[in-house]
Write a protein that binds this ligand. Structure first.
Ligand code: GLY
Length: 399
């Protein structure tokens, strides 16, 4: 009798899981259809732009001009076009992505325009192009970008220098958590050239990041300063978050996805453990409405959100879930459900589905102490689409 009850219970659980999976697939499919319908119109009218945000008229701005073209986010419109091309086969997207990739050559030929964000610029453009079409010129661009990035490695402190000099600050000994997302350019180059040097640098940086950025509670620092000559650890800064000791949500999201990616490229289980630890912290701090603040430790009376953090964290959690499938099914379900909760909160409350606005996501924030908050940001749209593509099996894996 007891055994029969247990078996019946197991059947009911399996049935409930299957129903939930079918509902999720249906939901994701509907969202994907809405994205494709809107983005065809948006792409058509933004064929020659390099967007970052929108103006008051809801239309994208353009970062194509000299100087502006160096901005770290300029690869994401190209990445969005490659994801849409991969999903639909529509050549409009390919043409737009190729034009943008060509514009980034001005950055590749400008030493001061290059920094650790070479990953954000050339993974969604040149590497995506290479993976999608086999274009040799794209491969060459991405390898040059990887070689430049590898040249930023500091052997005394085992970290990749983040930014160049800025506002009089030399930044020579500065590393930031965001760099975890740029490491895949180095992993890719090692595979492509069958040369372990790039991967060795990525692993050395990832190990330093694990040790210095991730706190015992699973929260993550944004900026770490080292003495660039000796490698001595000097301290941390709040960076784009609320302040010293705080928990900038996009930084947490970069860590979740970035450590998951280092696991995918190395199979070293410590990176997956770290990704899970930061994800657990993120899940535990997610508000009841599923909408993510700019900093988990911002003052209670501040309501600023950052939808980009939600979209990036969802991508990272879905990758963690994929790595757990078949091994630890209960873990896979936890991270998949957490990602879904973030994505549904965005889709229901923070996406503009009309074709009059160029952007998808609203309420994106670049930095806590900036003058402006809660606007459209192109990488928010990119990661939202990537997450939906992961759920519908359409993704072009670019990292
Ligand atoms: N990588 C800079 C940022 O996340 O704003």
């Amino acid at each position: 009798m007891h055994e029969a009850n247990t078996a019946a219970q197991a059947d009911t659980t399996t049935q409930a899981n299957t129903t939930a999976q079918v509902n999720t697939e249906q939901w994701a499919q509907e969202i994907a259809d809405k994205i494709i319908a809107k983005m065809r119109v948006v792409a058509e009218r933004n064929q020659h732009t390099v967007p970052y945000t929108t103006g008051e008229d809801g239309r994208f701005d353009d970062h194509s001009a000299p100087g502006a073209i160096n901005w770290w986010t300029n690869g994401f419109w190209g990445g969005l076009m490659w994801q849409l091309h991969h999903a639909t086969g529509d050549d409009l997207y390919r043409t737009i992505a190729e034009e943008l990739e060509g514009k980034l050559d001005a950055v590749l030929m400008n030493y001061d325009g290059l920094d650790h964000d070479n990953g954000f610029k050339w993974l969604p453009t040149a590497v995506a192009d290479w993976r999608e079409t086999g274009n040799q010129a794209s491969r060459n661009r991405a390898l040059l970008a990887a070689a430049n990035m590898a040249g930023r490695f500091n052997t005394a402190g085992n970290f990749i220098r983040a930014w160049n000099s800025w506002d009089g600050e030399p930044n020579t000994g500065r590393a930031i958590i965001d760099c975890m997302m740029n490491l895949p350019l180095l992993y890719w180059a090692s595979t492509e050239l069958d040369d372990p040097r790039f991967k060795q640098i990525a692993v050395a940086h990832a190990n330093t990041a694990q040790q210095r950025f991730v706190r015992a509670d699973g929260s993550v620092r944004h900026i770490i300063d080292f003495d660039p000559a000796t490698g001595e650890y000097l301290g941390s800064q709040g960076g784009q978050g609320y302040g010293h000791g705080s928990s900038w949500t996009r930084g947490q999201a970069w860590a979740i996805y970035g450590f998951a990616l280092s696991y995918i490229h190395t199979q070293d289980p410590q990176y997956l453990d770290t990704a899970k630890r930061v994800a657990n912290y993120f899940i535990a701090n997610t508000p009841a409405n599923g909408l993510i603040p700019v900093d988990f430790r911002q003052p209670e009376n501040v309501t600023w959100e950052d939808s980009t953090a939600a979209a990036i964290a969802a991508c990272g959690m879905l990758e963690i879930a994929k790595q757990c499938e078949g091994e630890t099914e209960a873990d896979a379900r936890i991270y998949r459900d957490a990602a879904l909760r973030l994505l549904k909160a965005l889709a229901d409350n923070r996406v503009l589905w009309d074709e009059g606005h160029d952007n998808l996501l609203t309420h994106c924030t670049a930095a806590y102490h900036d003058k402006d908050h809660e606007f459209a940001i192109i990488y928010g749209d990119y990661y939202f689409v990537e997450a939906i593509w992961k759920l519908t099996g359409r993704e072009l894996f670019i990292w």
